[in-house]
Design a protein. Structure first.
Length: 384
């Protein structure tokens, strides 16, 4: 389990084993024993609408050392001053360990030269986009008036404004393509953030971020790696054991491999590398491809494909094929994607070395044409 909000990172396999025995649940037994006993759960993905957490994963029969899962936070801030400002953040697990992680909480103390409570709670510490260095919710210092466990006259930060409006726009659960599309509108600034996470063939991930605002802002996209991962930034790609991260080269974007901090349990923090992408603008798009299990020698190239009247599409070269990805948000339209004419909101397609379309996947009502006429399109249903 990730250390979401003020929780610690922990596992519950003994509890699942006890539950399997008490209730005769073969699916709990399967997970508790890492697949050596029992039967796989009926559902591959989990969607918890009240909390806003969504879990995408590989098939249950994939060996634990090769399995992947992602936990997406697309819900409310939470009560009791324990929620973190992490809307649309996620944690990615693969190769038997956390790869991209929630930073945790570390401490409740605000004493010292660095206010670690504010840092670990802040938007910039999470795997999401931070606007102008500010948290998604107004979070301001207030003096402590009466002595308690906090000395009188000291300062404590408190939430001073409404939580952002966060919602899941669309979801798709399908073996060859899972999709989660979330939206976050903060009351602390005028930029609206939409994030689409796509899991392709249970092999790799696409994270597409769109920021739209009437005024200019400084945007910071963060991917916080787990402690102990040795990462390098080479030709614009991050490479570390068990994970590669690639982004297309775009004007105005600046990438850096910086030092971040993570805390798996209270009172303990560790330095850990973080990939950060900076850009200033009004309407800004980030596109990122995450490939767990890929090593430095596996071919991986991510480039932009200009689309008139819309955000860029992606070309993703991974192995023998070239994949394409396009997402126009909630607005359906007729778009020219290279030689393809697409009618709809989003599309994933795959071409061979000669440029022939091998498959294409989109939503109900979409259509696709090539230079010689209509192309087959696999239509998937939306769950949100």
């Amino acid at each position: 389990m990730p250390s979401l909000s003020d929780g610690d990172a922990r596992g519950y396999l003994p509890l699942l084993a006890w539950g399997a025995q008490q209730y005769g649940r073969a699916d709990l037994q399967f997970v508790a024993t890492r697949g050596t006993e029992g039967e796989p759960p009926a559902a591959r993905n989990g969607h918890f609408d009240a909390s806003g957490y969504h879990v995408l994963r590989t098939d249950w029969r994939v060996p634990p050392t090769q399995a992947q899962h992602l936990v997406f936070d697309c819900g409310p801030l939470g009560e009791g001053n324990h929620g973190h400002f992490d809307a649309l953040s996620f944690e990615l697990f693969g190769q038997g360990r956390p790869l991209l992680v929630d930073p945790g909480r570390y401490t409740y103390s605000e004493a010292g030269a660095v206010n670690w409570r504010v840092h670990f709670r802040g938007t910039a510490a999470h795997n999401t986009v931070c606007v102008d260095g500010r948290p998604q919710t107004r979070y301001e210092p207030k003096a402590v008036k009466e002595a308690s466990r906090h000395a009188s006259g000291s300062v404590r930060h408190k939430i001073a404004g409404p939580a952002p409006d966060t919602s899941l726009v669309e979801r798709v659960d399908r073996a060859e393509l899972d999709l989660l599309h979330g939206r976050c509108a903060s009351h602390a600034y005028d930029a609206v953030h939409e994030r689409c996470i796509v899991f392709v063939d249970q092999r790799y991930w696409i994270v597409s971020d769109a920021l739209r605002a009437p005024t200019e802002h400084d945007y910071l996209l963060t991917f916080q790696l787990g402690a102990g991962l040795d990462a390098t930034l080479h030709d614009g790609q991050l490479v570390c054991p068990g994970l590669r991260i690639a982004q297309p080269v775009r004007n105005g974007e600046r990438r850096e491999l910086a030092e971040g901090w993570v805390s798996a349990r209270y009172g303990h923090k560790q330095a850990a590398p973080a990939l950060r992408t900076h850009v200033r603008g009004r309407d800004v798009d980030f596109d990122t491809v995450l490939v767990p299990g890929a090593d430095a020698g596996e071919p991986l190239a991510v480039t932009s494909l200009a689309v008139p009247g819309a955000r860029d599409a992606l070309r993703i070269r991974l192995g023998p094929h070239t994949d394409g990805w396009f997402h126009a948000g909630a607005r359906a339209g007729r778009w020219q994607l290279g030689e393809l004419e697409f009618l709809g909101r989003w599309l994933h397609w795959r071409c061979d070395a000669d440029g022939r379309v091998l498959r294409a996947i989109s939503h109900a009502g979409a259509s696709l044409r090539g230079p010689h006429g209509p192309l087959p399109l696999t239509v998937v249903g939306a769950g949100a």
